[in-house]
Design a protein around this ligand. Structure first.
Ligand code: HEC
Ligand code: HEC
Length: 494
């Protein structure tokens, strides 16, 4: 009897305990948050940029084609997280792209030629800092039908340009945004066939990209000029070139910037876009010689994937003078950047599948320390205050400087030793086209700017002349042709 009572007691307490567990679980849940009744969203003057006016993103699988005019789309994705598997077997993936690529590349070509008139005209006598590659003449962005000159276009108001769909400088999308990731230029792939993609190639003609390989300048060795002797710095030659010039700590930082590491689509698993398994990419695969080869990617900072902005590789030159790194993430240090550039797509989970380098903080710091030595190219026409030296400058260049600091307003955001204000600005470009607003973007420095076409975060402006036309429109400056040419001539001195 006593025993039975014991069992009943035990059973009862278990029941009570499990009830308590369920009850506690309820307590673990948060109370429902506050909800405004009959909520009406303010309009914020978003108009045709508001999410309700945008086309919902297509539900595409990895590898499937995406619209070139992605700025018209908006919405939420199915997941923020990437699946480390291909949507099909490797052999099928390969043949899917063998079939798709020729037509895709033909369409990309046609699209780029419909937006830009790549005339191959150069600015006479002007070369990039290596002294080999000409600087291209623009503007090459095509004027809309019925408009005969950029001066005529600039007479129209922003709302007229938007309503009549006349804006020549709409965003530029990654041409295969479902897979996205890095796309290297042909001149790079010719030397590094391990980075040739099975699915898509770069969309810009070589003449409109930076010189390759570019020169490299060090803050600690101005007397050496270009330290590369016309070579691409690699893991196999860096030691011989820099031993005796750098500190051992800087040597290690440089080595790590040169060491390939697996990425989302360049690795040894079938989740890749190269025919053969790949050791991956190094920082200098895009930032070649501490500068840029014009490779582009998608910015890691948004989801769904189709909402990620295309970003062209910026130069690492003069990063020591920047307090904001990357277009939208506002990263504040070079070592932090070295750490997060390891997971290019903003998805640390993918690293487990592809084999991360996972370097320690001290290593990232050393990479940052070497980054901090990469100098801007020489600017012999500038004095210690960054002003043109009158005896060395032409009348046109001096007029450009005067406009830059005055009527054209450029110096309100581009000033100081790097010609940058280190703020993010919302240029509100969507006032000129119907589509998703891109929001604040960091100001890019203009020191050495002639060396790093194409321009803007997403490469939409092929030449410096296009940047002048862009700002002339969005700042509503109504500059004359002569004034605009002077601004370009001035920027070539920086
Ligand atoms: C696709 C080739 C690619 C590779 C490889 C690459 N980067 Fe970048 N890098 C970019 C792009 C594109 C941006 C611009 C990102 C943005 O605007 O959001 C960038 C931006 C940066 C910036 C900020 C520059 C600025 O002006 O804001 C730094 C610093 C940088 N990268 C360092 C590195 C380091 C260190 C590595 C190696 C760990 C690396 N990058 C590897 C393409 C690359
Ligand atoms: C309100 C601040 C502001 C003013 C004024 C301004 N800029 Fe900029 N500039 C920016 C921002 C922000 C970017 C980056 C925009 C982007 O990538 O979407 C930029 C980018 C550029 C670039 C491209 C840099 C690169 O590396 O791709 C050039 C060239 C440029 N500006 C020239 C000018 C000129 C010339 C003027 C004057 C006519 C001017 N800017 C006026 C903020 C400004």
């Amino acid at each position: 009897m006593k025993k039975r009572l014991g069992y009943i007691f035990l059973f009862g307490s278990l029941l009570f305990l499990s009830f308590q567990v369920v009850k506690d679980k309820l307590h673990l849940l948060q109370s429902p948050g506050a909800v405004i009744e009959n909520y009406i969203e303010p309009d914020y003057d978003l108009g045709s940029g508001h999410i309700d006016s945008l086309i919902p993103y297509p539900d595409v699988k990895k590898g499937e084609r995406t619209p070139f005019d992605l700025w018209k789309y908006g919405g939420k994705g199915r997941s923020s997280f990437m699946d480390p598997n291909l949507p099909m077997e490797w052999e099928d993936w390969l043949s899917f792209h063998q079939n798709q690529k020729p037509k895709l590349m033909a369409d990309i070509d046609a699209y780029m030629n419909s937006r830009y008139d790549f005339t191959n005209k150069v600015i006479e006598g002007k070369l990039m800092s290596g002294g080999r590659k000409p600087i291209m003449k623009g503007p090459v962005a095509r004027l809309p039908k019925g408009i005969n000159s950029y001066e005529e276009l600039a007479e129209l108001s922003s709302s007229e340009i938007k309503e009549k769909d006349l804006f020549p400088f709409k965003p530029l999308a990654h041409p295969l945004a479902s897979t996205a990731h890095m796309v290297f230029p042909d001149n790079w792939n010719a030397v590094h066939p391990e980075h040739m993609r099975i699915d898509v190639d770069h969309d810009y003609p070589d003449a409109y990209l930076p010189e390759f390989p570019p020169p490299m300048f060090l803050t600690t060795h101005k007397e050496l000029g270009d330290v590369t002797d016309g070579r691409e710095i690699t893991l196999s030659n860096y030691y011989e070139i820099f031993n005796g010039l750098l500190t051992p700590e800087q040597m290690e930082g440089l080595k790590e910037l040169l060491r390939p590491t697996p990425t989302t689509w360049f690795n040894q698993t079938p989740h890749r876009v190269t025919k053969e398994a790949s050791a991956g990419v190094s920082c200098f695969s895009c930032h070649v010689n501490g500068h840029t080869n014009g490779a582009f990617e998608l910015s890691p900072d948004s989801r769904p994937h189709l909402a990620r902005l295309r970003v062209g590789t910026p130069s690492m030159r003069g990063n020591y003078n920047l307090l904001q790194l990357s277009s939208k993430r506002s990263i504040r240090s070079m070592d932090h950047f070295a750490e997060i550039e390891e997971y290019f797509d903003g998805d640390p989970g993918m690293m487990q599948h592809i084999g991360p380098r996972g370097h320690q903080k001290s290593v990232a710091n050393r990479m940052g320390d070497f980054n901090a030595m990469l100098d801007f190219p020489p600017a012999p026409k500038l004095d210690a205050m960054g002003n043109l030296i009158p005896e060395k400058a032409s009348e046109q260049e001096l007029l450009g400087e005067q406009l830059f600091k005055g009527k054209a307003k450029c110096a309100s955001c581009h000033y100081g030793p790097a010609f940058v204000d280190d703020y993010m600005h919302d240029l509100k470009v969507e006032r000129f086209y119907k589509g998703r607003p891109e929001g604040p973007i960091k100001t890019f420095p203009l020191r050495g700017i002639k060396d790093s076409p194409p321009y803007l975060h997403d490469d939409r402006l092929p030449t410096l002349d296009d940047t002048v036309e862009f700002f002339n429109l969005i700042l509503e400056l109504k500059l004359s042709k002569k004034e605009k040419d002077a601004l370009t001539a001035y920027m070539l001195c920086l």
